[in-house]
Design a protein around this ligand. Structure first.
Ligand code: C6P
Length: 423
């Protein structure tokens, strides 16, 4: 399959929808992506033809479901170039994966005096678990700042890393700034002091080619639902030697080889970390999503989004002083995530107004409150791209923003509470 976003769009039934009488322009991909008909069909087929529990039955349906579910792990291993499918653990989302790493690895390996390094651009899901584990173990959390351009302060990171550092937890790509972090460089730094690196790939994995061997990282978390897969799917990848040393924190059915009243023998990888009946349909759907992306080629996905980002940044200039945007200006250093504000208008008012034009964006603090406080702002409007977005979507966004700017006086008198009840 060559990379043609206009052809790709045909696989996404939801894109045919009209919102407020306008063509749907879906620019909320960083929150969750749309699903192609191939994924929807795979889930439907599972439920219609071989729905059964996995690893718990000798009957045909259970065997078929188990085989498809196991194969799904192999597909994901291929997608990120893991050493083995046994290192691929299916979870419910990135948050779940990051919590498992922080608790399972952290509680066993951290103690008073140790240091955990994270960055101010982290999503709460790669910040709060570490803070709790630090509190439980007596370890200390240290934060790395960003530059005015929204890039990671590598100089500060190099200063802070020491023999006390036991883990560096960092996002591959910021869900607000779009900043792509050099995790290979950070991995080298971590390993130079005997620490591990945990990479939050929630935004990076769906949009960039990711090769865990090449990056030389230790753990990677990502969400299936942000990469064309079903909601309720996520992945935790970890180096086998590290996973083998870890105790599962969520235990019960499926996690054991044997249990007596006195002892327990954990199951092989990855099952020891997949307690209870898993999201079988979700896992099967996720593998189809990964296959779809592999057919497109992740280099092509990245290239396409880079073009859209460069085009957006250029066109945003037409809004002059009315717009303020955050994060790197160079599309080489940035994924397809553009967070901005229209001066004098609350972000929620802008977001709700864009919806009137059929344009779906996210507004608020995007589960990255400390980053917004660091930027000195209370929220942003965020447009984020994926494989089915086209230049016409960017044009629709810019045209709508121009109209919104023209209507600024009227819109600024709207009560924010009339359009939004949350943050
Ligand atoms: N960010 C956004 O709109 P979950 O929700 O568990 O699938 O992913 C959590 C997560 C972790 N790290 C990063 C960098 C993320 O962007 C996200 C999810 C969504 O920005 C929903 S808050």
């Amino acid at each position: 399959m060559g990379f043609n976003p206009y052809e790709i769009r045909k696989d996404f039934p939801v894109l045919e929808r009209k919102i407020n009488g306008k063509r749907l322009v879906y620019l909320d991909n960083a929150a969750t992506s749309q699903k192609p008909k191939q994924v929807i069909e795979a889930i439907r087929e599972y439920y219609e033809k071989y729905n059964a529990n996995v690893h718990r039955g000798l009957h045909t349906l259970s065997q078929e479901a188990s085989e498809a579910y196991e194969k799904a792990h192999e597909v994901i291993a291929k997608f990120i170039n893991a050493y083995s499918w046994e290192e691929v653990i299916f979870t419910s989302n990135s948050t779940d994966s990051l919590n498992i790493i922080a608790y399972s690895w952290g509680l066993k390996n951290l103690k008073k005096g140790d240091e955990i390094i994270i960055t101010v651009m982290e999503h709460h899901s790669n910040m709060l678990p570490w803070r709790i584990v630090a509190r439980l173990t007596g370890a200390k959390v240290k934060y790395i700042d960003i530059t005015d351009d929204g890039l990671l302060r590598y100089d500060q990171l190099e200063e802070v890393v020491s023999e006390k550092t036991k883990v560096i937890a960092v996002t591959l790509m910021s869900n607000v700034l779009g900043t792509i972090n050099d995790v290979k460089r950070i991995a080298k730094l971590a390993h130079s002091v005997g620490a591990i690196i945990v990479v939050d790939g929630a935004q990076g994995v769906p949009h960039l080619p990711v090769n865990v061997k090449e990056l030389e990282i230790d753990f990677l978390a990502f969400s299936g639902h942000k990469m064309l897969g079903p909601t309720g799917t996520g992945v935790l990848w970890g180096r086998k030697d590290l996973l083998e040393e870890m105790e599962p924190i969520k235990v019960g059915g499926g996690t054991i080889k044997d249990v007596t009243l006195e002892s327990v023998e954990w199951h092989d990888l990855p099952w020891r970390f997949e307690p209870g009946t898993p999201n079988i349909a979700g896992g099967i759907g996720l593998a189809v999503a990964a296959e779809y992306l592999m057919r497109l080629g992740m280099e092509n996905v990245r290239e396409h989004e880079k073009e859209l980002t460069a085009y957006t940044l250029k066109r945003l200039e037409e809004l002059g002083d009315d717009i303020e945007y955050y994060g790197p200006r160079d599309p080489e250093q940035k994924g397809g995530v553009i967070a901005f504000n229209i001066k004098g208008l609350h972000h929620h008012i802008v977001g709700k107004s864009l919806d009137m034009f059929g344009i779906a964006v996210r507004t608020g603090m995007h589960c990255a409150h400390p980053l917004h406080y660091r930027l000195g702002i209370k929220g942003t409007v965020r447009a984020s791209y994926y494989i089915y977005n086209v230049k016409e979507d960017v044009d629709a966004l810019i045209d709508a923003l121009k109209t919104i700017v023209k209507l600024k006086d009227v819109l600024s008198s709207t009560e924010v509470s009339d359009v939004c009840t949350g943050t």
